[in-house]
Structures are given as structure tokens and as C-alpha cells.
Design a protein around this ligand. Sequence first.
Ligand SMILES: [Fe+2]
Length: 383
Amino acid sequence: MTISYYYNNLTQIEFGPGSRRTIADKIKTLGGSKAMVVTDKGVSEAGLLEMVLPGIREAGLDCLTFDGVKQDPSTEVIGEIFELFKSSNADILVAVGGGSSIDAAKGVSLLTANPGPLRQYGGVGKVGAKGRPLIAVPTTAGTGSEVTLFAVLSDLAADLKFTVTSTHVAPDVAVLDPELTLTLPPSLTASTGLDAITHAVEAFTSRISQPITDALALESLRLFYRWLPVAVNSGQNLEARTMVLQAELMAGIAFNNAFLGLCHAIASPLGAHFHVPHGLANAIMLPYVMEYNYPAAAEKYARLADVFGRVPKGDIYQRAKDAVGAMSNFVVLCGLPRKLRDVNAKKELLDKVAEDALLSVQLKFNCRKASVKDIRQILETAF
Ligand SMILES: [Fe+2]
């Protein structure tokens, strides 16, 4: 047997409790003197900026803050941040927050070296030049955006989401400090964790999975299985927060290379039509998508069952199916809903969701082919 693959990790990683104190040094190393901190109101109201900004200022660096990023950042808000970045003579970006803040900062960095409008960069490899440096500091353990070459942005005028995929938007440095996740509420800890679990499952079973991403995805899932329920139920447990952030990072690096699959293809239109948060959409859909997928990647699914604590029994298909039951139980254990009707999805729009999911580029990487009829049936079961 021969194997061949391409693997990248474009982002330097600084990990550990207190690692936020290295941000000032990173800014200087990257040639910055005035930092623009991009964040959202939730982060600033939770007091997390007080854990980050003093260290930057004490190092003699100038910085200003924009805390107006919202879920699914729009091209309009990114344009606004870019204008502020230019007029204030800032020269480096520091994104502090979840995927929305990090993706917004990726959009701003892009605009510092490439002409607008942003929408033209939707797709793969369309960004011509690398912009000003970006340091990503996640405050949730979910999206993996701190190490990926994807930015998911919204075009409000056209009522659609688009993804920029380019090595030029990968952050230069990711600073992962679990102390910044200690105050994340249980429901968000659970839903963002399930987003990352979906990254690991989809990367592990992707058509372009490879040895390095497999190792990262499996270890990520082992850590999540052991530690996510602890982090959900005792948020102040630093060991649990550390392990969950580590698991999220590994899942991010895995899917940055092996990409995703049918669950993310469905989660995106669920977000667009019903405003279901991304992690929650994945949490609900994942067991149903796994039920559909397991016969196509039985050996891999059997390994997922092992990682989720199932004692191997029966033939390879029975062991693979065990992974589905294990995931379903785990979603409930984390306190998350199991059905689309629990998050105000409308049955009459499920045909449209299925049609939109079919257009997703992620479907190409799913281990089993899916038609619009297959997707509609999965949605029906999940409703
Ligand atoms: Fe995701």
C-alpha cells in the first residue's frame, strides 16, 4: 500500500494557561506597533478584554478595540472595521473571540492587501496577496478558525453566506489560553464543543483523510469524550477547559487539511434559514448524518465507537453502528437537543434546506454520496 497526501499548518501555535501574556511579544515579532483588537460585545461584557489588553499596553504598544462583531460577520461590518484600521494607522490585527470575530479579522486583513468588494474572494484560492498580520485568540473551543484557511462571511444584501478559502487568510499566530474559556456558559460550551467534534468526525471519515489528520482527529475525539461533559458541568475546571481547547485545536488542524462532509453541508442552510447557531445545528444533525454514513466507512466508524467507550461486539458493521448510538447519547449527555423541531426549524422549508445543502462544496468530501432525496430523508428523521 502506498500513501500520498498534502498537509499544511500555516499558523504558529502558542498554547497553555496564561499564554495570553505572550501576545505583546508576538505583535512585536510580527513587526506590529499599533494593534487593532477585533471582538464582540459578549467578550467585552464578560471582562475578557481586561485579561488581554493590559499586557499589550504594558509592553509599550498602542492598541484600539472594535467590539461590534456579530454572529456570521457581514461584509458591511468588515468594511467598517477596515476603515477604522486605516484611519487609526493600526498595523496588526488581534482577534479575540469565537469564530465570528476571527473570521471578521481575516476579512479585514484580506482588505489591507486586496481591493474590495470582499464578495469576489468567495471560493478557493482567489486572494492574491497576504495582508497585515493576524493573531487569533479564541475564547470558545469550537470553530478552529484560529488555525484554518477559511473565513465564513455573510453578504447581507444578497442574503447568503460565502467562504473565503485561501492560505492568505490563515492567522499568523494562534494564542490558545484555556483561562479565557473559563466563563463560557454550559450551553455554549456544549454546542461549540459539538461543532469541533463534528470537525473531527468529518475529517476522520473524509474522502481525503490522511495519517496525520486521522491521528489528530482521533485524539481530539478521545479528549472530547473524556472532558467535554466535565467542562459543560463544571466550567471553572481548568484541566477540563485545557483538554477541551486542546481537542478543539486538533480538530481544527485536522479539518483544515481533510475538510468536512454532509453534516456541515446541512448545518450551513439550517443556520441561514432558521438562524440556528452553527454548533447547535451540527450537534443535532451529527448522529443522523452518522447513521446515514456508517456503512460507507465501517472500519473508521468502528474506531470512533472504540474512542467513545463502546466495547467491541459483533461484526464490523455492528461495531460501526455503535458509534452512532454513542454519539446520540453523548449529545444528550451534554444537555443539547436532539431534534430540529426543538430549535424552531420549519418543516415546510426542509426541501429548501436539502437543495441548499446539495450545493455545498463539503459534500465532495463526505464518505458516502448523497442525493437531494437522501438529504431530505435525513432531515425528516432529524425533525
Ligand atoms: Fe463547524
